[in-house]
Design a protein around this ligand. Structure first.
Ligand code: LHQ
Length: 265
């Protein structure tokens, strides 16, 4: 049996998913798409998993679509490939899965993240990157536009000027500049990456998962709402969460000066 192209490791409430095609800088093949989506679905369905880390094996995080995947080159004519169908079949479900996870997802970007690999990374809730890592909107280099949710995310994260600059030039952005631009949460020393990711994921795992997932939802939704509509969404969401176990537990724990034990999903 061939080795899994997505490795799964559980440590307490934290599940680490490692993209595992290091010889190709973990570029996406059809098989890797299948395994990653299944692994995210399984993490979402497992009540004992309260945070997920996504990282890459070897020296890269993910180089985007595997441009040598037989599915792409078998016809001998790349122009005959329906790239839109690849997006619909693989990148849409992946982006939407990340944006609807019931628990936080931390990207631990260990090396270069290019094309769809960069946008899968920044589609995670919090992104830590090793100082030697980098982000490349490689699409323009091969005549495409940012995908995997990148066209939506980039301007929201870094503003229009930087989004267009990064996407048009396809230039490499260092992890330090990515932090400075607001593209990622933090850049850390290479040797500290996985410990930092585990510490962050462990902290998030002890927090009220349902409220964290709802936090992502209201922030993402607010981008297309008026202030009045956003406040209505806040009120509606607080009304629901206000009836939850985790809210009662959080308040009770605060008053009793004890750690809270959250359990809602
Ligand atoms: C690769 C790849 C790769 C295969 C490195 N594929 N082997 C959606 C739908 C359908 C179609 C198209 O696209 C999309 C979305 C996208 O993601 S488009 C963007 C696709 N990605 C790219 O264009 C990035 C291509 N890779 C690169 O530009 C470089 O490899 C980067 C800048 C990422 C890293 O450069 P280096 O550190 O110099 O490494 P390298 O180029 O030597 O790569 C190491 C190996 O990995 C090498 O294989 P080899 O056998 O020569 O050692 C590369 O061929 C392989 N590899 N990316 N996407």
């Amino acid at each position: 049996m061939s080795e899994a192209v997505v490795l799964v490791h559980q440590q307490g409430p934290v599940r680490t998913l490692t993209l595992n095609r290091p010889a190709s800088l973990n570029a996406f093949t059809t098989a890797m798409h299948g395994e990653l989506l299944a692994a995210l679905d399984a993490a979402a369905a497992d009540a004992a998993t309260r945070a997920v880390i996504l990282t890459g094996a070897g020296r890269g995080f993910c180089a985007g679509q595997d441009l040598m995947d037989p599915a792409m080159v078998s016809t001998g004519a790349v122009a005959e490939l329906d790239v839109g169908a690849v997006i619909e079949r693989h990148y849409r479900p992946l982006a939407q899965r990340l944006f609807s996870m019931p628990v936080p997802v931390v990207a631990a970007v260990n090396g270069v993240a290019a094309g769809a690999g960069a946008n899968v990374a920044i589609g995670c809730d919090m992104v830590l990157a090793a100082r030697s890592a980098s982000f490349i909107q490689a699409f323009s280099r091969i005549g495409l536009v940012p995908d995997a949710g990148g066209s939506w995310l980039l301007p929201r994260l870094v503003g229009r000027a930087r989004a267009i600059g990064l996407a048009m030039t396809g230039d490499k952005l260092s992890a330090e500049d990515a932090e400075r631009f607001g593209l990622i949460w933090k850049c850390v020393d290479d040797a500290a990456l996985m410990d930092s990711a585990m510490a962050l994921a462990t902290k998030l795992a002890a927090m009220p998962s349902r409220a964290l997932a709802e936090t992502r939802r209201v922030i993402d939704t607010s981008m297309k709402l008026s202030l009045s509509e956003a406040v209505t969404l806040e009120a509606d969401t607080q009304r629901e969460l206000g009836r939850s176990h985790d809210f009662a537990e959080g308040v009770a724990a605060f008053i009793a000066k004890r750690p809270a034990v959250f359990k809602d999903r």
